[in-house]
Every structure is written in C-alpha cells, then in structure tokens.
Ligand binder design. Sequence first.
Ligand SMILES: [Fe+2]
Length: 199
Amino acid sequence: MTDAPSRRDLIIASLSAAGFASLGLPEEAVAQGVELPATPACDAQAAATPRQTEGPYFTPSSPQRSDLREDGAGELLVLSGFVLTRQCRPIPGALLDFWQADPSGQYDNRGFRFRGHLFADAQGRYQFITRAPGLYPGRTRHLHVKLRGGAQSPVLTTQLYFPDEPGNRRDGLFDSRLLMKLRPAEGGQLGRFDFVLAG
Ligand SMILES: [Fe+2]
C-alpha cells in the first residue's frame, strides 16, 4: 500500500477542513458517516450536562487539534455532537478541551499526548477523533472534558463514559447521564454526545 501516507494525510486534512472523511481505508472507515444534522433535535428546556470533578491530571494550554490519535495501537473513537444552551440553541465556537488516558491507561502528565482542544463550528457541532482510553486502577473508562460557551462564560468540567462497561457499576463517579451513545464501525466506534451548558 504505497499510497498510504498520502491518503492518510488527505483524510486528516478532510477531517480538519470539513469534519467528515469519505475514504475507505479500514483504519479510517470509522470516520465515515458521522454527519450530524444541521440543527439539533431537542426539547426547549433541556437538562444541563452534569458537572464532574476535574481529577488530578488536567494540564492547561493543550494544543488545538481535533485528532488526538497517536501512532500505535488502540481502538479508534470518533466522537461528535452539538454544544447547546438549555433552550436548545447551538453555541457556535464553543470551546471543548479533552484529555484522557492513552490506550494502555496512562496519562501523559509531562506532555500533551491525548490532550487537545477544539471549537464547535457555526452550527454548534464538534467532532474529534481519538483512540479509546484504557483502564487505570480505581476507575471505569472515561474521557475528561472542559467546555466553555464563550470567553465570558463559566467553564463546565465533566467526564464522559462508555456504555456496557463492567466497571461503570463499581465507579463512584459514574453518572449514566454522561454516557456516550456508541455504535461500532469498521475500524472502531462512532460516538455521539450533545452537551448542554447551563450558563
Ligand atoms: Fe481520568
């Protein structure tokens, strides 16, 4: 497969530019079909996304990027959704800052592996691609995220969880309102989560 590097670059470029990939390499197939509708479907008074503890491993000033993949193994996860107000209005340009353990369950506390921030588009939609985090002692699998609707808005710090994880029932922080919707795709999983900001 001599054209792999250029195709990969093209895919990453198309993910960055348009948010969607349309090429069919097995590794990238998960990135297909993540297209969100132009407007969200939700009630006029949605419940705000619950806050959760930041935990010990947040690092400020993460790089801006929507692709947290690193070289190496690990199941791909493409997560997308809306950032909304409680009145179901999209929040264009909302900031999302993600951090997570790597596929072996380690946090990078010296650098920025599996850390990055991105901004929702003009319709309040976001999409990022990563590798699913591994387990680390004492917790069920999760992603961390901080969100902000605008420069003057309060920060929401929370965590997202994986459905059907044996560790969810044993995890004292687990909250079923923070479960991603996941569906398998060739090469990994497609995830969906819509955030609702209170302030
Ligand atoms: Fe964590």
